[in-house]
Design a protein around this ligand. Structure first.
Ligand code: SF4
Ligand code: SF4
Length: 542
């Protein structure tokens, strides 16, 4: 196997024997085969569009298939053969339609012609031949961009899938996913072509996050500032992790009146701020922190646990019977609730002891999405003009297990009192419960939401720049980002597409970026690695 799609890749180079995330070589090969087969389906889809055909089933499935290969989503080898069979079946069905419309369907000797082996072993062997390192002839910088775009598409697929589940889709998003995946098969494309596709991935991700933002806020209302208890209530409990809002709604509906209290974990925390979710009386508090702490936190949770998407970790034996998956997430041996009937998890929660008593803990405030922040834009602008607010920091992105990620905790702790911290995604769990006070009533720590809400942060920056009649890069705003998986790659590409400069990125730079590509990023965007909180604060604030 060879995988270098995430930040924790082995030795900062690539996982070769087993994934640091727990991905086994068999699953790595099956996921490689999914990506390869999707390139073939994408070739046909690209030709289909030229002939006036865009197939809704193919489009929706593209998001699901690519999302399934994102870090920490699906570790279950048994889930991949049906997925692969569906890719080929949809491809052949689409070929027939495209052919009938006079389009090209002849792509010999490539993934559009791929015939699948009829066993798991056979599919694994096929996957081993088509992974990241299979292509040795392409220029290394182009190869790096092929995979940068591929990983960006995985992130886009995740956002597109969340939006589709809530009824929002965009043809341009699907068209680009197919264009970008098929492009890897076109050996005539130059480095400049690939730079263009990389920027386009950023542009399309912005559009995808925009439709997801619309899907979330039109379905569940705009987030409002909401205090979330970190303690718990006596009684039966279900902990919901992952990212999916619809799953949370269904879980809340199906548990209503059953005497079960619902808690969020990880990236589900911001869901407490959505009016149409917070209205449920048994939706109570937040338990635990970021994904990498699941082993300890899930083992101590006295109820059932539902993973709705990433980032699942290898369940410990002590809670294997308590954890359930739904949607695209999977772990071998963990009960999967494919039909959105959450009865197995509910029954498990009722059988488990639950919390023995009420425990009062701290509270955290969530719900500072674009609507809330723009609602107090006048106060914010005045505070900047009067110099009560000297600087904004967007300290955002993923968490992870590396000790170097303490940088983000220290950065927030050491940021001066006249600065405001905007945050989103699971990296915030390093500092989410810190009491940083306020500046003239504006909290110094503003939780914008999930990684999926990066669009909200972009809109806040754009609106502030507009209010001051300056460019975003001229704002007293610095981006201190942490990345881990491919949604973060997609967001980073969006920021580059928007021309955002001086991003500080950590805890390490992507392994899939070659020195020349990095040089391009530094020269054009002045992107830089984090150093120490003291040095970076000094460099930014002077
Ligand atoms: S997803 Fe990350 S940790 Fe897992 S195999 Fe790939 S590079 Fe390694
Ligand atoms: S922000 Fe990224 S790393 Fe964190 S839980 Fe979400 S998908 Fe996983």
């Amino acid at each position: 196997m060879f995988c270098y799609q995430c930040e924790q890749t082995a030795k900062g180079e690539g996982c070769t024997k087993i994934g640091v995330c727990g991905k086994q070589p068999e699953v790595a090969a099956l996921q490689d085969l999914v990506v390869y087969a999707m390139r073939g389906l994408s070739q046909v889809a690209v030709e289909g569009r030229k002939a006036g055909i865009s197939d809704p089933e193919v489009n929706a499935f593209t998001s699901e298939a690519m999302f399934s290969t994102l870090t920490n989503v699906d570790f279950d080898p048994e889930r991949f053969p049906p997925l692969l069979e569906k890719i080929v079946a949809l491809r052949e069905k689409l070929k027939a339609k495209v052919k009938a419309a006079g389009g090209k369907v002849d792509f010999p000797d490539g993934p559009a012609d791929l015939a699948l082996a009829d066993s798991l072993e056979g599919l694994t062997a096929q996957g081993e031949k088509v992974g990241i390192q299979a292509d040795t002839t392409t220029d290394r910088d182009i190869h790096a961009l092929v995979w940068t775009v591929t990983f960006g598409i995985k992130g886009i697929a995740a956002y597109a899938d969340h939006a589709r589940i809530l009824g929002k889709e965009d043809e341009a998003v699907y068209a680009f996913m197919h264009e970008g995946l098929a492009a890897a098969l076109n050996k005539d494309l130059t480095l400049n072509d690939w730079i263009g596709l990389t920027m386009k991935a950023g542009e399309i991700n912005l559009k995808t996050m925009e439709i997801l933002d619309a899907a979330n806020t039109e379905t569940y209302g705009h987030p409002v500032p909401t205090k979330v208890p970190l303690g718990h209530k006596k009684g039966k409990a279900i902990l919901v992790s992952g990212h999916d809002l619809k799953d949370m709604e269904l879980i809340l509906q199906q548990t209503e009146g059953k005497g079960i209290t619902i808690y969020t974990h990880g990236e589900m925390l911001p869901l407490h701020s959505y009016p149409e979710l917070k209205k449920y009386g048994h939706f109570y508090g937040h338990y635990g922190t970021a994904w990498q702490n699941q082993g300890k936190e899930f083992a101590e949770f006295p109820g059932a646990i539902i993973m709705t998407t990433n980032c699942i970790q290898k369940p410990k034996e002590s809670y294997q019977a308590n954890i359930f998956t739904t949607g695209l997430v999977g772990w071998p041996g963990v009960s999967h609730m494919a039909d959105k009937n959450f009865t197995p998890a509910i029954e498990r929660a009722l059988a488990l002891p639950g919390f023995a008593e009420d425990t009062n803990g701290k509270t955290v405030t969530v719900g500072f999405g674009r609507n809330t922040v723009m609602g107090v834009a006048g106060t914010v602008i005045e505070a900047v003009k009067s110099k009560a607010i000297r600087h904004f920091f967007l300290v955002a992105g993923c968490d992870g297990a590396k000790p170097g990620r303490n940088y983000y905790t220290e950065f927030v702790e050491k940021a001066p009192n006249d600065t405001v911290i905007l945050t989103l995604a699971c990296g915030k769990f390093r500092f989410f419960d810190k009491e940083l006070g306020d500046i003239g009533g504006i909290p110094r720590l503003l939780d914008v939401g999930q990684c999926n809400d990066a669009y909200s942060a972009v809109q806040i920056a754009v609106a502030l720049a507009k209010a001051f009649n300056i460019e975003v890069n001229e704002l007293p705003l610095s981006m201190i980002l942490s990345w881990y998986e491919q949604k973060a790659v997609a967001i980073l590409l969006t920021l580059l597409y928007l021309g955002i400069k001086n991003i500080r990125l950590g805890p390490s730079l992507p392994a899939f970026v070659t020195p020349n590509v990095l040089d391009f990023l530094v020269k054009n965007f002045n992107i830089m690695p984090i150093t120490t909180p003291e040095e970076d604060l000094k460099a930014i604030l002077g």
